[in-house]
Design a binder for this molecule. Structure first.
Ligand SMILES: C[S@@+](CC[C@H](N)C(=O)[O-])C[C@H]1O[C@@H](n2cnc3c(N)ncnc32)[C@H](O)[C@@H]1O
Length: 406
């Protein structure tokens, strides 16, 4: 979709028929195509283009940047130094949030959770400050998807970023000190949101979750990861106990796939440290597991991992964008309290809760295969083939110690 015309507006360029775009291109010596590129991406030109544009439009770089909303360090410093003088000019533009009432409607309740129907920004405004232990957000990606709620998923770039900033600001407010916020999005959007997040929270990780989500695009790298941003309120998390993962082995011969060098005997039998690249999260594509077309359902395994890492039993989890309710299901199964919100119909979520025992089996299946270097089945297969396991290493060590003693 691109930005709205901030660049053209700053230069008083009119693109429509009879406008002055072609004339400006001639005057500045910058081709129309390039001017359109600057405008679509709200990019401040540099080098010769900048010089020529400033001269043709009789505008300074400073004014151009301010008009485009692209504030660099000098402008920010100037604003800081003149804050009192500038305040009366801008305070009427900044909305104050004072709205304890919400028009979000309680749709259904479980033993641990409450699901509301409505705009999550409205719901957020009614939530008490410093009250939530963990927030996971998987907003629409602004890719013109048609959701059952019929929300506008094709906003101008700056509108989408501003919308995200609104609910992020409220999310930071309601998070408990030491609480964690996870934000799932395309790398492009998460990259644009990091500096805003950093103004309120502390960066922990950019987790790359290896899932292919489109066909290869010509003249581009093949998009193969989602970004999962992880921030905390304050300087460190109050809860952090990541699962440990099993070692990757060949599905046929059970040999390890990576070379762990001579460190076998130092490997922790409870599994490998989790890294910031996750390659084992399955996409939800199978019809049987996909609850609702267009809901962009995430894997229960992803939410299990996040909830396990950053919350304890009895903690309160909030997800502002319900979809098919994966976060709420994971929270319920794991004994966390939860608050949910979905702007569209929630029948899929309610239906999902009526089949909670099936979901429990899926979750138990995931959890059976973690926090151990080799799950039972793999250990047995490796021993059959004479490959090392934690037990064989331990036995060997003991035998060596006895030899040394005798
Ligand atoms: C990407 S989906 C979330 C999928 C979810 N994580 C799952 O695993 O099923 C985003 C959802 O947010 C909902 N939504 C969009 N804007 C919203 C808003 N302002 N308030 C509440 N829900 C919203 C959409 O209707 C959509 O169902």
């Amino acid at each position: 979709m691109g930005y709205s015309n901030q660049f053209f507006k700053a230069l008083s360029i009119r693109e429509e028929k009879g406008g002055n775009l072609a004339t400006f291109a001639k005057q500045s010596g910058v081709p129309v195509k390039k001017l359109k590129y600057y405008n679509k991406n709200n990019i401040v030109p540099t080098g010769t283009d900048l010089k020529n544009i400033m001269s043709a439009a009789n505008i300074s770089e400073l004014l151009l940047r301010i008009k485009m909303g692209r504030l660099d360090k000098d402008i920010i410093e100037a604003i800081q130094e003149n804050a009192e003088a500038i305040l009366p000019l801008i305070e009427t533009h900044v909305p104050t949030i004072e709205s304890p009432m919400t028009n979000c409607k309680l749709e259904f309740k479980t033993n641990l959770g409450e699901l509301y129907r409505g705009d999550s920004y409205e719901l957020l405004k009614s939530i008490e400050s410093d009250s939530i232990d963990l927030i996971f957000a998987d907003p629409p990606f602004n890719l013109a998807v048609i959701y059952p709620s019929e929300i506008n998923d094709s906003l101008r770039t700056e509108k989408y970023i501003h919308w995200c900033q609104e609910w992020i600001k409220e999310s930071a407010r309601v998070l408990k000190p030491g609480g964690s916020l996870f934000l799932w999005n395309l790398p492009k959007w998460n990259a644009a949101l990091t500096s805003y997040l950093e103004s309120m929270l502390t960066f922990r990780h950019w987790i790359g979750v290896d899932i292919k989500y489109s066909l290869p695009i010509q003249k581009r790298l093949y998009p193969s990861h989602y970004s999962l941003l992880y921030y905390v309120k304050g300087d460190k998390p109050k809860t952090f106990h990541p699962d440990r993962l099993t070692m990757d082995v060949c599905s046929k011969c059970y040999a390890e796939l990576k070379d762990y060098g001579g460190y076998k005997d130092k490997m922790n039998p409870t599994g490998i440290n989790m890294t910031d690249i996750w390659t084992d999260i399955p996409p939800v594509r199978h019809r049987k597991y996909k609850r609702r077309e267009g809901s962009n359902e995430l894997s229960l395994k992803l939410l299990d991992r996040i909830i396990e890492m950053a919350s304890n039993k009895g903690d309160l989890v909030f997800d502002p964008f319900g979809g098919s309710g994966t976060t709420y299901m994971a929270a319920e199964l794991k004994g966390r309290k939860w608050i949910g919100c979905e702007i569209g119909p929630s029948d899929v979520i309610q239906e999902r809760f009526s089949l909670i025992n099936d979901e429990r089996k899926i979750l138990d299946g995931y959890r059976k295969n973690i926090n151990s270097l080799f799950p039972e089945k793999i250990r047995v297969e490796r021993e059959k083939r004479g490959l090392w396991t934690c037990e064989t290493i331990r036995k060997k060590k003991k035998a060596n110690q006895l030899d040394e003693k005798s």
